[in-house]
Ligand binder design. Sequence first.
Ligand SMILES: [Zn+2]
Length: 312
Amino acid sequence: MKTVRTVLGDIAPERLGVTDAHDHLFFAAPAFAGQELDDPAAAEAELAAFRAVGGAAVAQWTPFGLGRNAAGLPALSRAAGVHVVAATGLHQAAHYAPALLDRLRSDGLAAFFTAELAEGMLAGDDPGGPRGGAKAGMIKVAGMFHGLDGHTREVMTAAARAHHATGAPIGVHHEMGTAAVDVLALLHGELGVPVTSILLGHLNRFPDSGIHRELASSGAFLAFDGPSRAHHATDWRLLDCLTELAAAGHTDQILLGGDNVLASARASTGGSPGIPYLLRVLRPRVAAALGEDAAEAILVANPARAFAVEWR
Ligand SMILES: [Zn+2]
């Protein structure tokens, strides 16, 4: 039986409900110093605000080592009444101290990801620290700008092995929305990950509908996760991109998320757009452009399929 692995346990996919398929409650990286998402009270308020506008589930794509607060997520999810799917995996090498990556490598990346999915995530960012209890429900990996480097290939190869061991879906950060064709060739073509377990992220940041249709023809999920200040220049193309995919028959592969990754993007502490924006502003526009049934599929049925796994 397929289930979605949330931080409060495995649930039937039809219980997931209206889902923000790519967002962040916690995120801390040296590149974003001073903009850390590290406030549990603010995260709870953000989740509650999302619930108040009809939200039922958030997939947090923060991988290991970037302050994802694995230990705190179950209590937050319970308090806010919102399902949370958490991630194992790794971001680009630039986000980590080289010594930390060396240590993870020496212990075996694939085994590390697999244990976080099957046994429980490490509570903190110390690879030698205790497990916090909650299991990851997805693997986050990242590409580079218009290509892949040694680190991102190594992480994707380990993610594919962890997928084959557990069944977990793999969510991909594409730098500026690029290199998704290379990622599919590696994860699916070379490493045999089924396309239905691949969630291609940030495609809104590279609004080339020809490439989107090519990617969609593979059968993979396509995540459009914006808007954001950093990628505002492409945000006005979002609805056009979705409309073109829907017209080509790919509505059932579209996922939507907010990817609010900085403290200044958190609505509950006065920033914007914030997680509720997805339902408050974007959903009505998607419904107007693609129809109510498509909006419902994109926010409910599609994520339920994307995160549902026959866990092994
Ligand atoms: Zn993200």
